[in-house]
Design a protein around this ligand. Structure first.
Ligand code: 1CP
Length: 352
C-alpha cells in the first residue's frame, strides 16, 4: 500500500517533489455545474441526504474523476456535516445556502454531544472506503474538514455572510469562541483520523474565512488550532500529509506556513504564487490558484493564466487548482480545456 501511495503524483508533490506538469484537481469539482451531479442531487432530495447516502456520495465523488481524469478525488461531503453530527440543527435552504441553529452561549455548546460524532459520521467513512475501492491506483483521495475557525463562524452566526456575530463574540465573549473552537478542534482530530483510517490518502483543512481575523486573533484561532490538528494527526498516522487553506490570509500566510506544520498551502485568488514561493519561510508545497471566474469566462486568457501559474511555480512542489471553488454556471468544457492545456505544457520558458 505504501509503495503504491508513493506513486501518486499528488502525494509526491505533498512529499516535497516538483512534478511537471503539475497534478491537478479543482475545489468543488463535484457540484451543480455538472449535469450528472444535478441528476443525482434531485434523486437524493436534499443535500444532507446526498452527503450521508454512501452510494450516492460515492458516485458524486467519482463523477469529475471519470469525466476529466483528475489526479485527485475529494470526498463529497460538507464542512457543516461535523457540527450536524455533533447535534446542531442544520438545513440547506434551496437557493440560499446552509442554515444552522445558532450557538449563542455556553449552554448551546454544551447541548452538543461529542460522543455522537462517530455514529453521525459513519456514512462519511463508508463513502471514503467505497471511493477508495473504486479509484484508479494513481488517483489520490483527499479527505477534508473545515478548520475550527471557519466552522465556528457558521456555528455562531448560523449562516454564511461576513459573520458579524462571531467577530463580535471574539471580543465580547472570548471564552465562548475559545470553547467552540476547542470543541471543533478535538472533534476534527477524530473526524480526519477516521477518514484516514477509512482510506483517505491525505487531508485538507478549509479555512475559508481565516482572512476575517486581525493578526493576534489569526494566531489564536487559525494557527494554533491548525497546528494542534496537524500534530495530533501525525501522532496517530505518522507521515500523513495535510493541506491547509487559510483563505485571504494575506501576510499571515507566512507564519501560517512556518508554524502550523502543514505540508501544503492552498493559495486563494489574491495570492501571487511566485512572490509567495519566494517568501515562504520553509519548503512547503503550493496548491492553486486559478480564478474560478476566469474558469467560467473561458477564452484565450484562461489558457494563458493556466500556463502562467504552472510555469511560475515550475521547480516547486505544486498542485494545480483554483483559488476558490468552481461556481455553479461554469461550462464543463472549460474544465476539460484547463486539464488539456496543463497536460500539454512542454517544459521550458514562458513566452510572454
Ligand atoms: O445544493 C447543492 O448542490 C449544494 C452546494 C454545495 C456543495 C456541492 C454545498 C453547500 N457544499 C458542497 C460540497 C462541498 N463543500 C465540498 C465537496 C467537495 C468538492 O470540493 O467537490 C467541499 C470541500 C465543501 C466545503 C465547504 N462548504 C466550504 C469550504 C470551501 C469554500 O467553498 O469556501 C464552505 C465554506 C462550505 C459551506 C457551504 N456549503 C454549501 C454552501 C453553499 C456553503 C457556503 C455557504 C455560505 O458561506 O454562504
Amino acid at each position: 500500500m505504501t509503495g503504491q501511495r508513493a506513486e501518486k503524483p499528488v502525494l509526491r508533490v505533498l512529499g516535497g517533489e516538483a512534478v511537471w506538469p503539475p497534478p491537478v484537481w479543482l475545489m468543488r469539482q463535484a457540484g451543480r455545474y455538472l449535469p450528472e451531479y444535478r441528476k443525482l442531487r434531485e434523486k437524493a432530495g436534499n443535500f444532507i441526504a446526498l452527503c450521508t447516502t454512501p452510494p450516492l456520495a460515492t458516485e458524486v465523488t467519482l463523477q469529475p474523476v471519470r469525466r476529466f481524469g483528475m489526479d485527485a478525488a475529494i470526498l463529497f461531503s460538507d464542512i457543516l456535516i461535523l457540527p450536524w453530527a455533533l447535534g446542531q440543527k442544520l438545513r440547506f435552504a434551496e437557493g440560499e445556502g446552509p442554515r444552522l441553529e445558532r450557538i449563542d452561549g455556553l449552554a448551546g455548546l454544551e447541548a452538543l454531544d461529542p460522543a455522537a460524532l462517530r455514529q453521525g459520521t459513519e456514512p462519511v467513512m463508508e463513502t471514503v472506503s467505497r471511493v477508495r475501492a473504486e479509484l484508479p491506483p494513481e488517483t489520490t483521495l483527499i479527505g477534508f474538514a473545515g478548520s475550527p475557525f471557519t466552522v465556528a463562524c457558521y456555528m455562531i452566526d448560523g449562516r454564511g455572510g461576513d459573520f458579524p456575530l462571531t467577530r463580535e463574540v471574539a471580543y465580547a465573549d472570548p471564552a465562548l469562541l475559545a470553547a467552540v473552537i476547542e470543541t471543533v478542534t478535538t472533534a476534527t482530530i477524530d473526524y480526519l483520523s477516521w477518514q484516514i483510517e477509512a482510506g483517505a490518502d491525505c487531508v485538507m483543512l478549509f479555512d475559508s474565512w481565516a482572512g476575517l481575523l486581525p493578526p493576534d486573533l489569526f494566531r489564536a484561532h487559525v494557527i494554533h488550532p491548525t497546528a494542534r490538528i496537524v500534530e495530533q494527526l501525525r501522532v496517530r498516522h505518522p507521515g500523513v500529509k495535510v493541506i491547509g487553506f487559510p483563505r485571504l490570509g494575506g501576510l499571515m500566510t507566512l507564519p501560517y506556513i512556518a508554524d502550523t506544520g502543514v505540508d501544503a498551502v492552498g493559495m486563494d485568488t489574491s495570492v501571487d504564487p511566485v512572490a509567495l514561493a519566494r517568501l515562504a519561510p520553509r519548503r512547503v508545497a503550493f496548491q492553486g490558484n486559478l480564478d474560478p471566474l476566469l474558469l467560467r469566462a473561458g477564452g484565450i486568457s484562461l489558457g494563458q493564466a493556466v500556463e502562467r501559474i504552472a510555469r511560475g511555480l515550475a521547480g516547486h512542489p505544486h498542485i494545480f487548482n483554483l483559488g476558490h471553488g468552481i461556481v455553479p454556471d461554469t461550462p464543463p468544457e472549460h474544465v476539460a480545456a484547463v486539464i488539456e492545456r496543463l497536460r500539454s505544457l512542454e517544459p521550458g520558458e514562458l513566452e510572454e
